[in-house]
Design a protein around this ligand. Structure first.
Ligand SMILES: Nc1nc2c(c(=O)[nH]1)N[C@H]1C(S)=C(S)[C@@H](COP(=O)(O)OP(=O)(O)OC[C@H]3O[C@@H](n4cnc5c(=O)[nH]c(N)nc54)[C@H](O)[C@@H]3O)O[C@H]1N2
Ligand SMILES: Nc1nc2c(c(=O)[nH]1)N[C@H]1C(S)=C(S)[C@@H](COP(=O)(O)OP(=O)(O)OC[C@H]3O[C@@H](n4cnc5c(=O)[nH]c(N)nc54)[C@H](O)[C@@H]3O)O[C@H]1N2
Ligand SMILES: [Mo]
Length: 700
């Protein structure tokens, strides 16, 4: 639409959806004047958004119009990773990509790897047209494990899917456990409901190794050691059993495997649990008393507690707590980790993504799968019968793996391979874009169509473009549509428009198309209290307390802790977690000047006791290190850190850090007990003043 069209009003409001990887998926209203977006606000009528946006997205126009945006295709002119590029035309860029991919695919299409995550969570600009393209090409499949797959697998094992409470009803709870979640940072719109409950007299308890801004505003904070949540849940169950704070009728009718779970929990008296968790037995007892004697009681579990070896076992155990007390009988009771499974029947994934196109190249077989969390090792592997072909090309979109994937020294080493052909679709020159052969300018959410689900609420949303693409940017879907044409993929699905895909993303019986078109969002038709009468999505309809072998989950210690690795713990005595800095969203927004100014510099929160023992003062430049590498940042002596645990707030761009690294220089690629996920928060380190003689050499 051009400003010259006579019937265009001077100012209009366009309805949209926040695309970012966050449980809140807000409904947006974008004010546009003369073709320029001047304001982004939250929709006051959308219940989870209730008119408010976070600091990051309320500045969205600053990001979309940032002068540093990539506005033309770029071709590499310097060594890999140097960030030296020259502009080229779309035709040159796409012709070169199509030629290179066709040559590799002629040998083995599995040597091509798509790498993407949730830079946008849209069904069209995420894995819509891109999925069609890579299925048709026959490329390697990507196992998208980097965030939530341990918890997801655990929920599926326990409830039969990623399903739980409606976020709105937390406002009516009498007790809320905020468990492994920094709601004020990462789930702000849930916090509004928690505050409503608090004002109505509910007790709020935060379970988190770090004294977050959320923990400070709760009535109680239980600062357990990272990776010990399963022990805490078992200790709680022990107390629920011995005090008979159980709903026997609910258990008998709706829980499978209770005798084995009961036997397991009886091995965990509060003293044993407390010793593992690094808290007091009284804290375990009091929490059990609160949980066992308050209805309705709700748990906002979040992904922060499932980035450790025993993540799956821990989520299974916590998810069973409301099944033992019958908390599920109330709409304000139960648990929410993810709501995304509620959308499964509504999403037209088979049409949006067309996995059937795999058969064009692979017949009835399937290509190999690469786990995105081990990209560091996998980019450095040669061809072998077990691995398949060496990775020859990576197409990255909606992700910044050089900054966000574990053991990033290894990841960067892989992306520096001169024989790797790398294409990155981006808004900005991220650490990953610096390593590309070709960078393609992508549109932001203000510039393209999309359709959205949420993992924190139960409303589907539609995003209309508010402005024309900035510069020469094209939507991800349009880029893959043009590439498909150049590769000779002539299936009609490669001609579906972005708008057609967005408008037809949902089954009309599940998501009311009129509501979606008129107000930009529509609530799924679901019962208020989904498991009041049982009816879990498992084959038996019961919550599953045991696995196929009849075993109840147990506490699994961290890979890196004194119990499992005593020698390592001697050399690296501090546990490090790396949750997000409040003004960043993963590595997104690190480059937005006002938001980076708010975070100032990469920081390590360290307890004054641990700092004192190392001669470290607040503001000192420190080296945080282990056998994988070292990371330089600023020490922040802070009671937010508990003794024995340091908090390396993430996720800085490596090139914007103090020594060209970020916290993932220190994390490892070992996977969780369920879901094949990374264990970012299962990491031992040592810290010293950066001016001290290095105690160890980086070995990455
Ligand atoms: N501002 C902002 N918002 C975000 C994000 C962001 O980067 N910035 N990221 C988005 C994404 S991708 C996701 S997945 C979610 C993440 O948000 P959450 O699911 O809340 O997960 P985290 O932020 O990783 O961690 C939450 C809390 O868990 C604590 N924690 C760490 N280890 C443990 C443990 O072993 N046990 C317990 N009980 N707690 C532990 C951390 O200290 C942290 O305060 O938020 C989304 N929202
Ligand atoms: N140490 C440590 N590491 C972590 C975590 C942690 O807590 N600690 N958290 C982990 C978690 S939970 C997650 S989810 C991952 C997140 O990892 P990623 O999904 O890689 O998330 P971001 O770093 O936000 O990078 C997303 C990129 O997508 C781009 N983008 C956004 N929209 C579009 C679009 O429409 N088109 C294109 N082409 N690009 C777009 C953005 O500019 C941005 O650079 O990181 C993980 N890494
Ligand atoms: Mo995430």
């Amino acid at each position: 639409m051009t400003p010259l069209e006579p019937d265009v009003p001077a100012t209009k409001i366009v309805r949209g959806a926040c695309p970012h990887d966050c449980p809140d998926t807000c409904a947006l209203q974008v004010t546009v004047r003369g073709g320029i977006a001047i304001k982004v606000q939250g929709d006051p009528d959308h219940p989870p958004t209730h008119g408010a946006l976070c600091t990051k997205v309320s500045r969205y126009t600053e990001r979309s119009y940032d002068p540093a945006r990539v506005l033309t295709p770029l071709r590499r002119t310097g060594p890999k990773g140097s960030g030296q590029f020259a502009p080229c035309s779309w035709d040159e860029a796409l012709d070169e990509i199509a030629t290179r991919l066709a040559a590799i695919a002629a040998r083995d299409p599995q040597a091509v790897l798509p790498y993407s995550y949730a830079g946008t969570m849209g069904l069209v600009q995420g894995d819509g047209m891109a999925a069609r393209f890579f299925y048709r090409l026959g490329a390697s499949l990507l196992d998208r494990t980097i965030c939530a797959s341990a918890g997801g697998a655990a929920l599926a094992a326990t409830y039969g899917g990623k399903i739980g409470m409606h976020t709105e009803f937390f406002a009516e709870s009498r007790l809320i456990l905020i468990w492994g979640s920094n709601s004020i940072t990462s789930n702000l719109h849930f916090w509004t409901f928690a505050q409503q409950a608090k004002r109505a007299g509910a007790k709020l308890i935060c379970i988190d190794p770090r004294k977050t801004e959320t923990a400070e505003k709760c009535h109680q904070h239980i600062a357990l050691m990272p990776g010990t949540d399963a022990a805490l849940a078992l200790g709680l169950m022990h107390e629920l059993i011995t005090h008979d704070w159980l709903d026997h009728d609910y258990i008998a009718r709706h829980v499978e495997g209770w005798p084995a779970l009961r036997e397991r929990a009886l091995q965990w008296p509060p003293e044993r649990a407390a010793a593992v968790c690094g808290i007091t037995a009284e804290e375990v007892r009091q929490l059990a008393r609160d949980y066992g004697s308050t209805q309705p009681a709700a748990i906002r579990l979040n992904y922060g507690m499932q980035r450790v070896h025993g993540a799956g076992s821990a989520v299974r155990l916590v998810a069973l707590l409301p099944c033992l007390t019958g908390a599920w009988r109330h709409r304000a009771g139960g648990l929410l980790l993810s709501a995304s499974g509620w959308f499964a029947p509504a999403r037209r994934d088979a049409w949006l993504q067309r996995p059937d196109l795999l058969s064009v190249v692979h017949g009835s077989g399937r290509p190999r799968t690469i786990n995105m969390s081990t990209i560091g090792d996998d980019l450095n592997r040669e061809s072998s019968p077990a691995f398949g072909p060496k990775i020859e090309a990576v197409i990255v979109y909606n992700s910044n793996p050089v900054a966000v994937a574990p053991h990033s020294g290894r990841v960067a080493q892989g992306f520096r391979r001169e024989d790797l052909f790398t294409v990155v679709l981006e808004h900005f020159m991220t650490d990953t874009a610096d390593h590309a052969d070709i960078v393609l300018p992508a549109t932001t959410q203000l510039e393209h169509w999309d359709a959205h689900t949420s993992y924190g609420h139960t409303y589907a949303l539609l995003n209309e473009p508010a402005i024309a693409p900035v510069g020469q940017a094209l939507s991800n879907a349009e880029i893959f549509r043009r590439l498909a044409a150049r590769m000779g993929f002539d299936e009609p699905c490669f001609r579906d428009s972005d708008e057609a895909m967005a408008r037809a993303a949902f089954q009309p019986e599940q998501v009311d198309p009129q509501a979606l078109a008129a107000q930009g969002w529509a609530r799924l038709k679901l019962p208020d209290a989904p498991f009041a009468e049982g009816g879990f999505a498992t084959p038996s309809g019961k919550a599953q307390a045991v696995d196929e072998r009849g075993q109840a989950p147990d506490h699994v210690p961290n890979y890196e802790c004194a119990a499992a690795a005593p020698e390592l713990a001697q050399r690296y005595p501090l546990a490090m977690i790396s949750p997000p800095a409040r003004h960043f969203l993963n590595s997104t927004f690190v480059n937005v000047p006002s938001l980076r100014a708010a975070e100032k510099e990469p920081r390590l929160e360290i307890h004054p006791q641990d700092a004192g023992a190392r001669g470290i003062a607040s503001g000192d430049t420190v080296r945080v290190f282990n056998d994988r590498g070292s990371y330089v940042c600023r020490a922040d002596l802070s009671a937010r850190a508990r003794p024995g645990v340091v908090n390396g707030l993430g996720i800085w761009w490596r090139k914007l850090g103090l020594n060209g690294t970020n916290v993932n220089e220190l994390t490892h690629q070992r996977l969780t007990d369920m879901g094949r996920a990374p264990s970012f928060y299962d990491c031992l380190v040592e810290v010293e003043r950066a001016d001290a003689a290095p105690a160890t050499r980086a070995t990455s």
